[in-house]
Write a protein that binds this ligand. Sequence first.
Ligand code: SAM
Length: 297
Amino acid sequence: MDKLYSPATARKIIDKYGFHISKSLGQNFLTDGNIVDRIIHGAGIGRQDLVIEVGPGMGVLTAAAAEQAQQVIGIEIDENLIPILRETLKDYQNVRIVNGDFLKMNLAELIDEASAGNRERFESVKLIGNLPYYITSPIIMKVLEEGQGAQGIQSLTIMMQKEVADRIRAVPGTKAYGALSVAVQYYCTVEVVATVSKEVFLPKPKVDSTVLNLSVRKEPPVKLLDPATFFAVVKAGFGQRRKTLLNSLTGLYGMDKQQILALLETAGIDPGRRAETLGLDEFAVMANLVSKAVSEA
Ligand code: SAM
């Protein structure tokens, strides 16, 4: 077969199968081999690795990953792509395609099943994908919250809208900084692998993309008494980002203004500040005080 990632091949496949591109499923197929290589290289896939791919589409990244990895599992929601993938990936015995919604997958179970069929433990488990843009954040948060079982996912090398990548990488005090920045930076270190022009997709999206490598931290950067409280404080703070912390946090766990004021003062945080000015460490100090106050109440 011709090179999988050329626009001509993508069009040929579309014609052959009478495939209809679904906008609502975020289908923008990658047609540039250079970007495929940069994603695969950026993921640092080794011979002993298990790779999980979100949305293989027509299989461009899947085939390239299969060349490098021990095993690849691709999770594709669109059943019309399954016969196409069967053809484009027929030469790869180490690929398993699962037809389903990534957001509903039990990742630990998938990894366990793959490990059971493997003679040796995988050296690492890596997630890759040219993500469907309508669910970028839910996919990332699912992996970070659930993908860390006995053999967890070590890294995510994923393409997304540039604007979402900017939010993930943002630092305190900037407009892009928000709950997503804090959550991802709590779990991961973040690196840019590539910026990608909208010209290399079929069909062409409205905006450019960025490939990020999110490397899951072995140790969290801040010590938390209870991560759920930390995320509740972050969510409440950014939920009303124009308000001062004193106002946005009032009501959290039923606490009144006086109680929040006392906790902010103990934390050494000016109650007139807004959430967007707080670093991870300050959120952690405040969240731990809230956890203590709630457990003592
Ligand atoms: N990896 C292919 C490529 O780079 O050409 C396709 C990328 S396209 C941006 C996103 C893919 O994710 C599509 O194939 C789409 O059908 C699939 N998809 C959308 N929502 C999904 C979901 N909830 N679970 C799994 N796959 C999904």
